[in-house]
Write a protein that binds this ligand. Sequence first.
Ligand code: HEM
Length: 391
Amino acid sequence: MPLTDERVPLHRLTFARPGPPRRTTLSDGSPAWVFTRYADVHQVIGDGRFRRTLIRASRDGATALVDSPDAVGKLDDVQHLRVRRTVQRAFGPRAVARMTPWVADAVDELVDALADHGPPADLVAHYTRPLPIAVMSRLTGVQDVSDARLLRWTENAFATGAQDPAEVAEVTREFTDFTIGLLAERRRTPGPDLISSLVRAADGEGGIPEPQLVNLVSILVVGGYDTVMTVLGNSLLYLLHERPEVWTRLGTSDEEAAGLLTERLLHLLPLGDPTAHSNPLQAEEDIEVGGVTVRAGEIVTVDRGAAGRDPAAFSDEPFDDLFAPLESPTLAFGGGRHYCLGTWLARAELRLALHALAARFPHLHLTTPVDEITWRRGTITRSPLHLPARW
Ligand code: HEM
C-alpha cells in the first residue's frame, strides 16, 4: 500500500530546499516572508525585534492552550522574561543533573516491568507513554489524574484546529479549572515539587498575571510528557525498523555515545508534520535578513525543518553516522529568548530511555510493518499509537 502523507514516518519526511527568503501567504491570508536557510532562521529566532505579541490579535479566536495570548510562547519582553524566570532554574542543566538518578530509576523500573511482562508487548503502552508521565508526575506532584484524562487534555492543549472548536473549548475549560485548583492547593500546602516552587517564584516576582501562570503550569503538565513520548516513539520506530546495527551498538556504547545519538535523533526527527507557518513573528522595525529588508510591521515565519537540512550547516548525509556529533547546534528546540525550557530534561530522558532499552533488549524488533503503523494525529505532534514488539 502506498504511504499517504500523514502515514509517512517522520524520519522519511522531505522538507523544502533551503534558499533565499521568499514570500508566502499564511493560513489566515496574511502575506509573510519565509526563511529556510540555517543562518537566516538562526538570525530571525535570535533577534528580539521580531516580536510575538503584535500579531496576537489575529489568532485570538483559537482556544488551544498553546495558542492562547497568555501562553509563554506568545509573550514578549518583560512579561515573557518574568514567566520564564519562574521556571528556568527548575529546568537548567544543574537541576536536571540532580534529577537524573530518579529519572534513571523510572527508566529501570519500566525496563524491568517489560522484561517481566515478556514478549509480545506494545512499547507505547509499556514504555514511551508511561515514562514521561512518571517523570512529569514526580516533578509536578500531579499523581491522581488518569492517563486517559491527561491524554485528552494534551490533545486539546496542542490541537491544530482539526477538532471541533466547541469540544476544544470545553476540555480546555476543564483542564484550566484543574490547574487553578492545583495552584490553590500548592499555595495552601507547598511541597518540594515544581508547581510549588513556580508559585513561590511567581509570587516572589511581584505577581505574574494569574492566567499566564495557569497557562504555563498547564503547558508544563502536558507538554513535558507529550514531546518526549513523541520523540521516543518515533526514534524507536526508526531505529528498530531501519537501523538494527545502530540499536546493537547503542546497547554496548557509553553514555557519551548515547548522548550523541540522542542529539542527532532530536535533530532529524521533527515533533510533527512540517507546518512551515507556525509561530509567525512581526518585525518592529526594518531588519536585514538573508539579503532582504523585512520592513517594520511585516510578518515572517521560519521553516526549521528545511533549515535543519541546510548543507551549509549540516552533513549532506545526516542519517549516515548517527553517533557523529552534529555539525552545528540543532534548531529542534528553537532558539533565542523562547529557547525550549525543557531541553535538558528532554535530552536526559531520551538518552537514558534509549540507552537502557537497547542494553537490556539487544534483539528488540517491531512486529508491525512501517506502513501499517497507526498514528496519533490532530495535534502539532505525531507519533505511533502502538509499537508492537518482540525480543
Ligand atoms: C523532545 C522534546 C522537545 C522538543 C523537540 C521541544 C521543542 C521546543 C521548541 C522548538 C520550542 C520553541 C517554540 C517557539 O519558538 O515558540 C519549545 C519551547 C518550549 N518548551 Fe519544549 N520541546 C521539548 C520538550 C520540552 C519539555 C520536556 C518541556 C517541559 C517540561 C518543554 C517546555 C517548553 C516550554 C515551556 C517552551 C516555551 C518557552 C518560551 O516560549 O519561552 N519542552 N520547545
